[in-house]
Design a protein around this ligand. Structure first.
Ligand code: NI
Length: 262
C-alpha cells in the first residue's frame, strides 16, 4: 500500500510544505500512515484544499491532528463557474488553523482557454493573502512568464511549489524573497533542469514538499507519496549541494517555519 524509507531521520526533522492528505487514496491507511510518518521524522504537514469540499476536508484533518495545517484556495485548473466568494474564504481564514493561501496560480497545461480569468483569480488570491497577512503557495504549470510577471508586480510572500521553471526564473523568484518548492521530481532521471536550479539557488530559499499522493520520489516513483519519503528528496539535494542530509533538513525546516509561522 505505502512504502517507508530505509532509515529514520531524527524526530521532528521534516516539514512537508505541500500535500493533499485529504485525498481518498489515503482513506484506507491514513491513521496508520500518519503514525508511521511521525516515527520517521515528520514534524508538520501543510495540506492544500483546492475547493470548498476539499478545504473542509483539510480543515478536518488539522482539527484532528495537531501536526496538520491547512492552506486554502481555488486551484487554477478547477475554477468554479460561479464567482469565487473571497469574503467567505476570509471568514474561514479568520476562524480556522489556516497558514497560507494556496494553491493558487496559473495552469495553462490543463486549461489554456481561460487565461484571463486565471490571472484575475490569481491576483485576487494574492490580495486575499495580503489582507490576511498570510503567504501564498503558487501553482505554475506551463505558465512561467505570466506567473513571474504577476509575482513581480504584486510581490506576495510565499513559495512557488513544485518548481518547474528555469534557473533564470528561480533567481528572479529568490530575488523577490520567495521560496522554491522542491519535491520528488528532483530524484527523477528527467529532473535535470530542477537539479540545475537547486545547484544555483541557496538552501535558504528552498522548501521541501511532496504534493502527496502524487510525485513519489525514486526509488518509489509511481507509488503513493507521503511526507516520510521527503528524505529521498533531501538526500538528493544534499548530494547536489555537497552538504549533509541533516543540514538540508535543518535549513529547509527553518525556512518553512519562518514562512508559515508554524
Ligand atoms: Ni498540490
Amino acid at each position: 500500500m505505502y512504502q517507508l524509507p530505509d532509515f529514520r531521520p531524527p524526530k521532528d526533522s521534516i516539514i512537508d510544505s505541500h500535500a493533499h492528505f485529504n485525498d481518498e487514496r489515503f482513506e484506507p491507511c491514513r491513521e496508520e500512515l500518519f503514525a508511521a510518518m511521525r516515527e520517521y521524522g515528520v514534524k508538520k504537514i501543510i495540506n492544500c484544499g483546492t475547493d470548498y469540499k476539499r478545504i473542509e476536508e483539510c480543515l478536518e484533518l488539522s482539527r484532528k491532528y495537531d501536526f496538520c495545517h491547512t492552506a486554502i484556495a481555488f486551484h487554477p485548473s478547477e475554477l468554479p463557474d460561479e464567482e469565487i466568494d473571497y469574503k467567505r474564504l476570509e471568514e474561514i481564514i479568520k476562524s480556522e488553523k489556516v497558514v497560507a493561501v494556496g494553491e493558487t496560480g496559473l495552469d495553462y497545461y490543463w486549461r489554456s482557454d481561460n487565461k484571463q480569468r486565471q490571472k484575475k483569480e490569481f491576483i485576487e488570491h494574492i490580495n486575499l493573502a495580503k489582507r490576511c497577512r498570510l503567504p501564498i503557495i503558487v501553482h505554475d504549470r506551463d505558465a512561467h512568464a505570466d506567473t513571474l510577471e504577476i509575482l513581480k508586480e504584486h510581490k506576495p510572500k510565499g513559495v512557488v511549489h513544485c518548481f518547474s521553471g528555469s534557473v533564470e526564473m528561480a533567481r528572479e523568484i529568490v530575488k523577490l524573497g520567495m521560496y522554491i518548492g522542491v519535491g520528488g521530481v528532483l530524484t527523477f532521471k528527467n529532473g535535470r533542469v530542477l537539479k540545475e536550479v537547486v545547484r544555483e539557488i541557496p538552501l535558504e530559499s528552498i522548501l521541501l514538499e511532496t504534493d502527496a499522493p502524487y510525485l513519489s520520489p525514486e526509488p518509489f516513483r509511481g507509488g503513493l507519496n507521503h511526507s516520510a519519503l521527503i528524505i529521498y528528496v533531501a538526500r538528493t539535494l544534499a548530494e547536489i549541494k555537497g552538504v549533509s542530509v541533516d543540514e538540508v533538513l535543518r535549513l529547509t525546516k527553518e525556512n518553512a517555519e519562518k514562512l508559515f509561522g508554524i
